[in-house]
Design a binder for this molecule. Sequence first.
Ligand code: UD1
Ligand code: MG
Length: 468
Amino acid sequence: MKSAWGALVLAAGKGTRMKSSTAKVLQPILQEPMVFYPLKALSECGPIPIGVVVGYGKEGVCAYLKDKWPQVTTMEQRLQRGTGDAVKISSSFWQDFDNLLILPGDVPLITADTIKRLMDLHLERRSSLTFISFSASNPAGYGRVIRSDGKIRIVEERDASTEELSVREVNSGIYAFSTFALIRYIDELSCENSQGEYYLTDLIEIFQQKNLKVDVVLVNDEDEFLGVNDPLQLAKATALLKNSLVRRHMEEGVKCADPESTWIGPQVTFEGEAFLAPYVQIYGNTSIGERSSIGSFSILRDCKLENDVCIHPHVIIENSIIKGNAIVGPFAYLRDETELGQNSFAGKFVEIKKSKVGSGSKVPHLSYIGDATIGEGTNIGAGTITCNYDGKRKHPTKIGNRCFVGSDTMLVAPVELEDDVTTGAGSVITENVPSGALALARARQRNILGWKKNKEDIKDKNDGGRSE
Ligand code: UD1
Ligand code: MG
């Protein structure tokens, strides 16, 4: 059965103007590859099958798509011979749909609302092709929309006359095609232009020559169609997206002390009110619980913070869960599936990796906790380290409930402290400790009396009583 709509994202180009060895569509914006944005907007338009044309840097692009967008079909354009060619080589993907949306991979500000409007207008007006144009304050780099004698053409910048270059109305690169017309006429594209490429935009003229209906929707907001071709446009798109995301969350009650210096990625969610100090960055798939606060210069990525969590300044948390009322930092680094329990505390200069800290437990100062589970109500003394790596493999450390681990304890993994264990400060624990025991693993102190005086006497004898 035919499906009404399909969507194609063109992402094979090298992005020469970006001057980078990374494929243009993988250039990061708020720590998501650029192609994330059109894919997200399309996925918000309903269950539309999506294809992506890959080419330059395809290994990286395909790896990203397979990981984050497994539902997307990829097609390879071996030689980047233009946007028209990219659509042509992927016809096996789109020929069975009634209508096809085409988006470039380099328009990260595009919204689902605009795409939906384009789809509605295309169907309402029964056009063979509907595309979006906008009025650019600086049209440089875009294809100019030339209207004359009731006809529309797009002239690419490099092929435009001086008069055409002064036209402000430009092509967004976003189209809705009737696939019936597209399949019929795509072979009529030629590459006789200054770049020797097959321009998809030439179909506008071809369709009109065949008396097919072409519609253009002129949209006012130029920012939404910003095409990102070079580092300056990449920075501009980042700033626009950042500002709009921060504004949107503030409208929902998030308090940013300094919105200008606050960076929030597109997948971040807030469950209610939260407090963000200046210079906070939150990225990836992160959710922030109600009334949680995040201190300056802290960076969170792929984390879940429950309610009433307090993150002090200078904290980095990656891929971890922080439960209700926990406190972190300042100067802490939590990573790799760490879980801090309710009311727990990871304090100053503490690194916790792939570990679980039970509720009410504390790691207040200068510790490394790796591959460990810590029970509830346990206190880890300053300077405690889990020695989890033997040079070849990582080993686990298990610490029970209500333990008191003395300062500067080295826990040589694999090792277990059962419940209610105490360790003496400075102990090197290499063996398991049974419940309720005190483990002391250090040399007993010896006081050698009169040590300083004896030393001075010996010195006096050796230099014959001469002193320097
Ligand atoms: C294109 C349009 C231009 C429009 C602008 C909007 C054409 C000929 N020009 O120009 O009218 O104003 O977008 O931003 O379509 N790509 C491929 N294969 C190729 C070439 C490009 O997949 O062989 C992809 C690129 O990866 C990119 C997209 O198509 O995502 C657009 O290509 P780009 O080179 O950026 O075109 P523009 O010069 O921006
Ligand atoms: Mg472009």
